[in-house]
Design a protein around this ligand. Structure first.
Ligand code: ARG
Length: 465
């Protein structure tokens, strides 16, 4: 056979013709998996170190592989590395360059390993690092929210159900509700980190390898908690990608709810809060506009992150063991989720501490819509009236206030006593929004004292991370 007709691929031994140029482009992943380059090098260094301990490489060969990989890393970090689509993916680009630099020792690096365990290792290392960065951003956002909540413990706003004014609450309490959602997101993120932190190295293509490898050694060198238990599973499952994307989808769902509230609250109809100009943009046609684009975009990005979760779930569905090339499709969805999550967290971390409430508007709104009707009923219960009867009396008071176009706190004592003779002057204490909020004085309640205590507990949790 004529040598120039043969493919020059690292795997080209059994091939008789060059890869079709479309197939080359279609199967190549280097355009996106080069993001894994530094993790690929870390994995190779650990693998080479282990091969030398096992006597597969001699000292000289190990040193030359280590030097070569450092040089490759330098070129990648300085942006001078020449990535080639013909070399298909990040793994073969790096290995080929290494061999160019150091010669035959480079061709020994792949002993006892396959791209299948290599890519599974790289991806776990990459995601573990990304998770740590994301956890830091999440903690920053939560700290901002908790501090704002403590400051705003006494600020009163309407609490809603069905987006109808329900009962007055502390604005700080509302912000701490957001923090609770994020606290659970942080827990999900850490769960994902804990489960992904096992080393696939040594699984090789699928069945393990015949060399006397030390999987515990490579696992330890790369900071994994242990070698993955089963070689077939280690190269094939991407449930850690699914779990991360699922974390991202829940987080963005939470951020989209917060965004939606900010969009509502900044509208002229609500006018509850101001966002700083630097987080808003104007309209090219309507000079008066200040649009809450940042929360709107975060709300929109939830769609994209949900889509990524669907993509990786569907990618994994029905795949037979062990590795299949389908898995190459996990990367773009994962990378996009990491990028989007980070951007949205940074947007919120910058914006949240700068939310400025229009306290008087919020307080006025909290008093409208008969939001203290439950407090009137509770007051009657304290006088010995059964709750159902108390509910009925409070309902009559509301109906009367609607008919006479007034508020509950404006009804005269005489009028109130018309429904229940035991009502006294002190009823007005519970009919005010301040009285209503202060009365909900238990763990998880909205009284300013409880909000301050809850903020303190949240602070302590964040400090202990
Ligand atoms: N680029 C591939 C991936 O991301 C590398 C894995 C191995 N390829 C193979 N043909 N066995 O999954």
């Amino acid at each position: 056979m004529n040598d120039k007709d043969r493919t020059s691929k690292l795997w080209g031994g059994r091939f008789h013709e060059a890869t079709d140029s479309f197939v080359q482009r279609f199967t190549a992943s280097v355009e996106f998996d080069r993001r894994l380059a530094l993790h690929d090098i870390a994995g190779s260094l650990a693998h080479a170190g282990m091969l030398a301990r096992a006597g597969v490489l001699d000292k000289e060969e190990l040193r030359s592989i280590q030097d070569g990989l450092q040089q490759v890393r330098g070129k990648i970090e300085s942006g001078e590395f020449n990535w080639s689509v013909e070399l298909e993916d990040v793994h073969m680009n790096i290995e080929a360059r290494l061999t160019e630099l150091i010669g035959v020792a480079g061709r020994k690096l792949h002993t006892g390993r396959s791209r299948n365990d290599q890519v599974a290792t790289d991806l776990r290392l990459y995601l573990r690092e990304a998770i740590d960065v994301i956890a830091g951003e999440l903690t920053g956002l939560q700290s901002g929210l908790v501090e704002l909540a403590a400051e705003q413990a006494d600020t009163i706003m309407p609490g809603f159900t069905h987006l109808q004014s329900a009962q007055p609450i502390s604005f700080g309490h509302h912000l701490l509700a957001w923090n609770e959602m994020l606290e659970r997101d942080h827990g999900r993120l850490q769960d994902c980190r804990g489960r992904l932190n096992e080393s696939p190295l040594g699984a090789a293509a699928l069945a393990g390898t015949t060399y006397p490898i030390d999987r515990a050694h490579t696992a330890g060198a790369l900071g994994f908690s242990k070698p993955a238990e089963n070689s077939l599973d280690a190269v094939s499952d991407r449930d850690f990608v699914i779990e991360f994307c699922s974390f991202g989808a829940v987080l963005l769902t939470h951020l989209s709810r917060m965004s939606e509230e900010l969009v509502l609250w900044t509208s002229s109809q609500f006018n509850f809060v101001e966002l700083p100009d630097r987080f808003c943009t104007g309209s090219s046609i309507m000079p008066q506009k200040k649009n809450p684009d940042v929360p709107e975009l975060v709300r929109g990005k939830a769609g994209r992150v949900n889509g990524n979760l669907m993509a990786v779930l569907t990618l994994m569905k029905s795949q037979p063991l062990a590795y299949n090339r389908d898995n190459q499709e996990d990367k773009e969805a994962l990378f996009d989720t990491v990028d989007t999550v980070l951007d949205c967290l940074r947007a919120f971390a910058g914006m949240a501490p700068a939310i400025t409430p229009n306290k008087e508007v919020m307080r006025q709104a909290a008093g409208r819509g008969f939001s203290t009707a439950t407090d009137l009923a509770d007051y009657l219960v304290r006088l010995g009236v059964p709750f159902r009867d108390a509910h009925e009396v409070a309902g009559k008071a509301v109906a009367h206030a609607i008919e006479t176009d007034t508020e509950l706190a404006q009804l005269s004592l005489e009028t109130l006593q018309g429904w229940c003779a035991q009502i006294r002057e002190d009823v007005y204490e519970v009919l005010t929004v301040e009285g209503s909020v202060a009365a909900r004085d238990h763990i998880g309640g909205t009284s300013p004292a409880q909000v301050r205590a809850a903020a303190q507990r949240a602070r302590a949790l964040l400090a202990a991370r």
